[in-house]
Design a protein around this ligand. Structure first.
Ligand code: SF4
Ligand code: SF4
Length: 227
């Protein structure tokens, strides 16, 4: 990256800057016309900026989970506007003392059922009819993606989840339940009933996993309180 003839700002890390020291992102936004954000899934980044009211325009996301560093460099070499002055390379560390682990809501997929808010016992969400907010992101327990598993429309993203899945920001597959209306003819109803039975078997396992993760988070909290 240092060989690029354009300014590079390495942020540790973008999830943290999106909730703490947001002014750094505002400065970058106003200083540069076009930005390339080398991060994870675009769906995670776009929704994270929106949720945290980050004003970032004219940016493209290059996904380091799916692209090698050579591919990223190649793409940047092709697209960058060369800097006439000497290119700047800066490393910035956020002052947040705890991991920036929190849920990001994909607004286009959320149907405001409130399941996530009822499931979480740590006050991360504020839910009311037709509105869902992540009000206390830092109350979320590190590595707990439990409520994301309970969401019926795969609308919850944990950008730092170390797996390539819908839950970490990949685009939901075509078989995953979404919010678009489906045709309601006889064949569709029959197939849907069959799928529901299969999904229920799968869902029971997923719900069990979510409950286990929640229990683990509560136990860790109790342990820490005793220390
Ligand atoms: S991941 Fe766990 S702690 Fe975080 S919001 Fe969901 S249920 Fe709450
Ligand atoms: S569970 Fe999913 S669909 Fe329901 S309110 Fe939460 S994010 Fe939205």
């Amino acid at each position: 990256m240092t060989e690029l003839n354009t300014d590079v700002i390495e942020l540790h890390d973008l999830c943290a800057y999106s909730i703490n020291e947001k002014e750094v992102l505002s400065e970058i936004n106003s200083k540069y016309n076009k930005k390339w954000v080398v991060a994870c899934y675009p769906r995670a980044i776009d929704n994270m900026f929106r949720q945290n009211k980050i004003d970032m325009d004219k940016y493209d996301v290059l996904n380091f989970r799916l692209m090698s560093s050579d591919q990223i460099k190649e793409e940047l070499d092709e697209k960058q506007e060369p800097n006439s002055e000497e290119a700047v390379y800066e490393v910035k560390k956020n002052s947040l003392k705890v991991p920036a682990w929190y849920p990001v809501i994909d607004e286009e997929r959320c149907i405001y059922c409130g399941k996530c808010a009822r499931f979480c016992v740590f006050g991360v969400y504020k839910f009311s009819k037709k509105s869902l907010e992540v009000v206390e992101p830092l109350n979320c327990k590190n590595n707990c993606p439990a409520c994301g598993r309970t969401c019926p429309t795969s609308a919850i993203i944990f950008p730092r989840l170390p797996e390539n899945s819908t839950l970490s920001g990949a685009k939901p597959g075509k078989d995953e339940p979404g919010v678009s209306a489906a045709p309601k003819d006889g064949l569709f109803v029959m197939l849907n009933e069959r799928n529901k039975t299969r999904r229920n078997i799968f869902k029971n396992d997923v719900m069990q996993l979510a409950e286990d993760e929640k229990r683990k988070a509560i136990e860790e909290l109790k342990k820490r309180a005793k220390e």
